[in-house]
Write a protein that binds this ligand. Structure first.
Ligand code: SF4
Length: 320
């Protein structure tokens, strides 16, 4: 259980760029594409389910081999599994990868499955980032704050990022992009859920004009213990304020996941029953992406089958 052993394993897991298809309430069976090294991001959100950001940057570059990623996608597409969306999300902010636009265009050449991109919106103030997303079918940008002060509290951004410029980038993107935009807002109790801040968010939404607004809260284990969820009732009140294009997407039950590979959950549980393991240990042992593992860990935590403990700064999972 040394730190070194864990970090070596973390590097090895970077070779897995594709995960799923994982069932998602919003996107059906979604094939996840991860084009960023683990926790490379322009933000360090207090609610991040992947833990603290290890490389905070706004520098766009290739990061990982696009030909390797494309060959993994082709292999997966030929497996015949049901895939409703090909989704760029993963271990950090996907728009930091400079080849994102090229990857989307290449995917378009080989399949008609729609392409979605989940982004934290921070780089949309740059024309080149907006252009990279033009060939996607769906973009799900997030916006958790309407003032710089709350932005700093909830998203802990790279020092150069200004919320005003991000909102303006989102507004321009709406004008230029022909596909759908579903704006996601992650609400954290006592941080960005005050009535006055919700009113300001409503004003920002009116400028951006997304097709939908989707409300989420801290359901999965967050980077910081103090990041607490809102109740369904509290979300419903805010949903009403935002009006008819708004919906709650927080998964308070595992209904959407009922049909998924119970074998994977069983395999995770049996690993945990043998010895305390980290997320990276499980990901490497089972050859599955961390994001896929996190989903099942969360269910096991909520159902009280396992617990998490911190040991020498690392989070371990063990039987309850
Ligand atoms: S939640 Fe997304 S945007 Fe925020 S730190 Fe994690 S990966 Fe980055």
């Amino acid at each position: 259980m040394t730190t070194d052993a864990v970090s070596i394993k973390e590097d090895k897991s970077q070779t897995i760029h594709i995960y799923g298809p994982v069932p998602s309430r919003r996107l059906g069976f979604s094939l996840g594409i991860d084009i960023i090294p683990f926790k490379t991001c322009s933000l360090n959100c207090i609610y991040c389910q992947l833990g603290p950001t290890t490389k905070k940057t706004i520098h766009r570059k290739e990061y990982l081999s696009s030909s390797e990623i494309l060959s993994q996608i082709k292999k997966k597409l030929s497996s015949g599994q049901r895939i409703d969306y090909i989704t760029f999300s993963g271990s950090g902010e996907p728009t930091l990868n400079k080849t994102l636009g090229k990857l989307i265009r290449e995917i378009r050449k080989i399949t008609s499955i729609p392409v979605a991109v989940l982004t934290n919106s921070t780089l949309l103030s740059q024309k080149s980032t907006r252009n990279a997303l033009m060939d996607a079918d769906l973009v799900v940008p997030s916006l958790d704050a309407a003032t710089q002060e709350i932005f700093v509290k909830v998203n802990r951004p790279h020092s150069s990022l200004k919320l005003e410029e991000i909102i303006e980038g989102l507004r321009k993107f709406r004008q230029e992009f022909k596909g759908s935009i579903w704006l996601e807002i992650m609400l954290v109790k006592g941080v960005n859920d005050s009535p006055s801040h919700i009113r300001k968010l409503k004003e920002a939404i009116a400028k951006i004009k997304p097709d939908k607004v989707q409300l989420n809260t801290v359901i999965r284990p967050p980077a910081e213990e103090f990041a607490r969820p809102l109740s369904l009732r509290e979300l419903e009140k805010i949903n009403k304020v935002f009006g008819k294009n708004c919906e709650i997407i927080a998964e308070f039950s595992r209904e959407a996941q009922k049909s998924t590979a119970e074998n994977l959950e069983g395999a995770i549980l049996s690993l945990i029953q043998r010895r305390p393991v980290t997320l990276a240990d499980i990901s490497n042992s089972l050859g599955k992406h961390k994001n896929e593992i996190i989903k099942y860990l969360n269910f096991l935590l909520v159902e009280g089958k396992i617990k998490s403990v911190i040991h020498k700064g690392l989070k371990y999972f063990e039987p309850k």
